[in-house]
Ligand binder design. Sequence first.
Ligand SMILES: N[C@@H](CCC(=O)OP(=O)(O)O)C(=O)O
Length: 454
Amino acid sequence: MTKRSPHAMTVVIKLGTSSIVDEKTHEPLLPILTLIVDTAVKLRKSGHRVVLVSSGAIGVGLRRMDVDHRPKHLSQLQALAAIGQCRLMSLWDGLFQHLEQPIAQILLTKNDIADRTRYLNAQNTFNSLLDMGVIPIVNENDTLAVSEIKFGDNDTLSAITAAMIHADHLFLMTDVDCLYDKNPRSNPDAKPIEVVEDISEIVADVSSAGSSVGTGGMGTKLIAARLGTSAGVTVIITRSSNPGNILNIVNYLTLQSRAGTPDDEVEELSLIASSTSLNLMAPSGPSDGPPLHTRFLPSSEPIRDRHFWLLHTLNPHGTIYIDQGAHRALVNKAGLLPVGVVDVEGNFASHEPVRIVVVNRLPTPGPDGKMRGELEEEVGRAIVNYASAEITRIMGHQSHDIEEVLGYADSEYVANRQHVVFFRKDSRPPTPVQTPAQTPAITPGQTPLQTPGA
Ligand SMILES: N[C@@H](CCC(=O)OP(=O)(O)O)C(=O)O
């Protein structure tokens, strides 16, 4: 087992398909992979815990089978992923082997972690591997995943992984340095966005699509940033062709977080930096400081563990509409009583996750100033004590009537308070990923962000 340094950070590095294989030839991009391996091992040697989230199975499979284009059929994609994943891992293992760094493969589907026990098992396995000094390499289990149980893109998978293991930093490596306030290609005065404090305040131009072999793009990175920061992870977008930036940024952030700590500790960190051939005092960015990147600051009230799991890893099976009184009661820590339920949608069983939507029946002025009779807002998620058919029968009733209505009463609550979780402003789930042409701005707000591709 490796002894943990007091300054050890847990760092997740996500590499998309376009950083792993050439977009046209699908040949592995060995220079980038080698530099990532070098960086990951240096981080390990500095005492940090490292997880790689590596796409590329389908890309490597395309090369192996000499197929030019990503096929449309799911079973063909899954077959290519099965072919490519073992070659991808053998590529990583070969490179890490040179530096005597053990690795492990973890393949996940959303279904694997929707079950609480399996989620905890995955978390324990990650922790054991990290304690053993191993670098886990994660990918979606493409061969098994169908749309209902898919994370969909590895940006989201990396954010869920980072949240699960309480990572300090998540690096989303991409083909641009950072986000800009304007498109830098057409606006020479475009300024890099270095720090994003509140992701819900920004409008993102997400027209930078993913590569022709991957599924992600800048839109999914912002979604991942929202997920990661809500769980207390600092999310960083930086250029994948220069993985050495990761070391500089981690050391910069470590020093920054220890500002005001005794000199001997800072000296120790500087020694770590110099042992990894870094000169913290010599900036490689455009101004004093770390290399160019966009850093999304973590929430000061992170949603972790059970609450994160409930909000983000479960696909809701239906919706319960509640009135404002029930909402107030939930906010004040009471359970959800049937009397506060006004409608039910979907077909779900007891103990399944559902959306909680508050219905405001009082006429209220809409954003355009016009009065609206009814406003609905999804406020959170819950695991219910009753099935949809049962809730439809008991809604609007007092709890003491449940037995009379159903013939039995398993609980006085439709959902116990500890099984209800509310979204915070920064953690509301995003709308499903759409194609770039359809993708709207992520959140209405003040600051437009752009990428050079936009
Ligand atoms: N799991 C898939 C990759 C998913 C995907 O396309 O992710 P990305 O390249 O990050 O947009 C694979 O290994 O090919």
